[in-house]
Design a protein around this ligand. Structure first.
Ligand code: NAD
Length: 372
C-alpha cells in the first residue's frame, strides 16, 4: 500500500506509527483535518490480520471524524487511533500508559477517547499520561462512557427517519433489527424498547447475547446473516462497518437503515443503491455523533443535561440532510457530505484570509480547560 498516495487522495494531514516493545504497543494515529479545531476521535483496539488493514481502518475512521464534527457544528477536527492487538489478551496498564505518552507527544493536535474495545478504565490509564483524552471517568472530572449518548443520538436519528418515512417520529409499534448489541447497540435497544418498538437482534458475542436476553427478554435473537433478511421496518447496524454491501442490500426488507456503526456503506455507491431500492439511509456519521458531542464539552465542564440537549439536535440536523437530499436529488450520504464540506470550505477560506490568527488558533483546546 502506498501510504502517502492514500493520505494525499483522502486528504490526511498526518499519520504517525508508534511501537513500544516493552509492552507490545503497536499503534497508528491518523490526523485527517484540523481546519475546525484539534482532531478528536476514539481509539480502537482490534486484532487486525495485517498492518494494511489497520492503516486503512484508521484512515477511513479519521476522515469520518472530520465530517462528523463538521456536520454536527463542533469546533473539532477529525482524527482516530488504532491499537493493533487482541483486546482479550494484550491489554495492560503499561500498554495504555505508553499509548498515553504517544498521544501527549502530539501536543494536542490529537485528542483521544473510547472506541471499539476501549473501556473507561483503559482511558483512565491513558489519562495518567496525558490531558489530551476525553471520556475520562466521572470521578476524575470527565464525562465517562460516551456510548449512552451515542445511543441517544442514533435514537433521535431513527425518530427523524420515521418522521420522514411515516410522517410521525414515534417508533411505537415498529420492528427494528439491531446488529451488534455492544455498548451502543445495547443502550439503543433499551431506548427503542422503552419507546414501544420490538427488537430483533444479533451478536457474535455470547456474553452480549446473554446480557440482552436478561435485560430485554421480549427481544428476539437471530443468528448471523438472518438479521439482514428479517422482516423489519428499520435495520440498525451497531457492530462494525461495511455491513451495507452488494451481498446484503438485496436481502434488506426494511424501509430505513439507521445505526451507530461507522462506515456502514462498504462503498459510497451503496448509498445510491439504497435510494434506488426506496430505503432511507440516515448517514452514520451524522446520527452517531452523540458520543462525540458528549466528550466535546468535557473541557468546558460537562453535565448530563447539557450533553443531552446537544445530542437532541441530531433530530433536526438529520431532517435537514434529508431535505438537501430531496432538493438536490442526491443520495442522503452525499447530502451529509455536502453539508459537512460546505462548512469546512467556509472556515478554510476565512483561515486563509487571516493566516496569522488561524495558525495560533488551529490547535486550541475546545472550550476552557476547566477540567484541569
Ligand atoms: P462494542 O465493541 O461495544 O460493540 C460492538 C458489538 O458488535 C459487540 O458486541 C460485538 O460482539 C458485535 N459484533 C461485531 N461483529 C459482529 C457481527 N459481524 N455480527 C454481529 N455482531 C457483531 O462497540 P460500540 O462502542 O457499541 O460501537 C459499535 C459501533 O458504533 C462501532 O462501529 C463504533 O465505531 C460505532 N460508534 C461507537 C461510538 C461509541 O460511543 N461507543 C460512537 C460512534 C460510533
Amino acid at each position: 500500500m502506498m501510504t502517502f498516495e492514500k493520505m494525499y487522495s483522502m486528504g490526511h494531514e498526518e499519520v504517525v506509527f508508534f511501537q513500544d516493545k516493552s509492552c507490545g504497543l503497536k499503534a497508528i494515529i491518523a490526523i485527517h483535518d484540523t481546519t475546525l479545531g484539534p482532531a478528536l476521535g476514539g481509539t480502537r483496539m482490534w486484532n487486525y490480520t495485517n498492518e494494511e488493514e489497520a492503516l486503512i481502518d484508521v484512515l477511513r475512521l479519521s476522515r469520518g471524524m472530520t465530517y462528523k464534527a463538521s456536520v454536527s457544528g463542533l469546533n473539532l477536527g477529525g482524527g482516530k487511533a488504532v491499537i493493533i492487538g487482541d483486546p482479550k489478551k494484550d491489554k495492560s496498564e503499561a500498554l495504555f500508559r505508553a499509548f498515553g505518552r504517544v498521544v501527549e507527544s502530539l501536543n494536542g493536535r490529537y485528542i483521544t477517547a473510547e472506541d471499539v474495545n476501549i473501556s473507561v478504565e483503559d482511558i483512565d490509564h491513558i489519562f495518567t499520561e496525558t490531558n489530551y483524552v476525553t471520556g475520562v471517568a466521572l470521578h476524575h472530572g470527565g464525562s465517562g462512557n460516551p456510548a449512552p449518548y451515542t445511543a441517544l443520538g442514533v435514537f433521535r436519528g431513527i425518530e427523524a427517519s420515521c418522521q420522514k418515512v411515516y410522517g410521525n417520529r414515534s417508533v411505537k409499534g415498529k420492528t427494528i433489527a439491531v446488529q451488534g448489541v455492544g455498548s451502543v447497540g445495547f443502550e439503543l435497544s433499551k431506548l427503542l424498547s422503552e419507546a414501544g418498538a420490538s427488537i430483533i437482534f444479533t451478536d457474535i458475542s455470547d456474553k452480549g447475547v446473554e446480557r440482552m436476553k436478561a435485560a430485554l427478554p421480549q427481544a428476539k435473537f437471530v443468528a448471523g446473516h438472518e438479521i439482514f433478511s428479517a422482516n423489519v421496518d428499520i435495520y440498525s447496524p451497531c457492530a462494525l462497518g461495511a455491513s451495507i454491501n452488494d451481498e446484503t442490500i438485496g436481502m434488506l426488507k426494511c424501509k430505513i437503515v439507521a445505526g451507530a456503526a461507522n462506515n456502514q456503506l462498504k462503498e459510497d455507491r451503496h448509498g445510491l443503491a439504497l435510494k434506488e431500492r426506496g430505503i432511507l439511509y440516515a448517514p452514520d456519521y451524522l446520527v452517531n455523533a452523540g458520543g462525540l458531542m458528549n466528550v466535546s464539552i468535557e473541557f468546558e465542564g460537562w453535565s448530563d443535561s447539557k450533553s443531552k440537549r446537544m445530542v437532541d439536535t441530531i433530530f433536526d440536523q438529520t431532517l435537514k440532510v434529508f431535505a438537501i437530499s430531496e432538493e438536490q436529488n442526491i443520495p442522503v450520504n452525499k447530502a451529509a457530505d455536502v453539508l459537512a464540506e460546505t462548512r469546512l470550505e467556509s472556515i478554510r477560506k476565512i483561515k486563509s484570509n487571516y493566516l496569522g490568527r488561524a495558525s495560533t488558533n488551529t490547535h486550541r483546546m475546545p472550550g476552557s480547560k476547566k477540567r484541569f
